[in-house]
Design a protein around this ligand. Structure first.
Ligand SMILES: *[C@@H]1O[C@H](CO)[C@@H](O)[C@H](O)[C@H]1NC(C)=O
Ligand SMILES: *[C@@H]1O[C@H](CO)[C@@H](O)[C@H](O)[C@H]1NC(C)=O
Length: 100
């Protein structure tokens, strides 16, 4: 099971750092993917993209605190200018690129 985490900066002049850049996990393991930003942001959006390419699926739009959807949750820390996506009990279907 491979989770790729690729770089995406949606705003001009904003640097986004994503870590780790790639991740390979045992099925069932959890993962945390983090983005941090060079400037303050109002909100963060997370997407998933199928490994074969294709469209982006929106996972979360978050402006504060925490959001949860099934095995996924997302937190944002505006003071640290960072956002983390947590995946619990990973499954094959989670193998994808994740973008913030
Ligand atoms: C992200 O955080 C790391 C560690 O705090 C820092 O070194 C880096 O400059 C940050 N990246 C951006 C784009 O702000
Ligand atoms: C988010 O997911 C992580 C990993 O599964 C978990 O440890 C954490 O408690 C969850 N956060 C909340 C607020 O549910």
């Amino acid at each position: 099971l491979c989770l790729f985490f690729s770089f995406h900066a949606g705003v001009r002049g904003l640097d986004v750092e994503q870590s780790p850049s790639a991740l390979s996990l045992q099925e069932g393991a959890g993962a945390a993917l983090k983005c941090n930003f060079s400037k303050a942001v109002n909100s963060v959006q997370w997407f998933r993209q199928n490994l074969r390419g294709g469209g982006l699926t929106s996972l979360f739009f978050i402006a504060s605190g925490m959001k949860q959807s099934g095995r996924l949750n997302c937190t944002v820390n505006m003071r640290e200018r960072s956002s983390t996506l947590h995946i619990a009990a990973s499954q094959l279907e989670d193998a994808a690129s994740y973008l913030c």
